[in-house]
Design a protein around this ligand. Structure first.
Ligand code: FES
Length: 87
């Protein structure tokens, strides 16, 4: 598991191993617009302010993934213990 922090509120949400980031955030009352939920459409794209996402999408280019400043919370996870999101 890892934690996601919402930059606007400072709130920290724990992401369990069997949960997507989007699902855990929805349960915490933070709805992210989604469509494909498979990393294809980019609808859920969210800015990352700190931390290193574990990209699972097919939407971003390898260069965009390597920049680690955005990720797709419908399917991507985190390599670092904490991701700070621009939410
Ligand atoms: Fe389509 Fe996340 S909802 S990439």
């Amino acid at each position: 598991s890892f934690d996601v922090k919402l930059a606007s509120s400072g709130r920290v949400v724990r992401i369990a191993a069997d949960q997507t980031v989007a699902k855990a955030l929805a349960l915490a009352g933070v709805e992210i617009p989604m469509s494909c939920e498979q990393g294809v459409c980019g609808t859920c794209l969210t800015r990352v302010l700190e931390g290193e996402p574990d990209h699972k999408d097919m939407y971003l280019t390898p260069e965009e993934q390597a920049a680690n400043d955005q990720f797709t919370p419908c399917c991507s996870r985190s390599k670092s213990a904490l991701l700070v999101l621009d939410l």
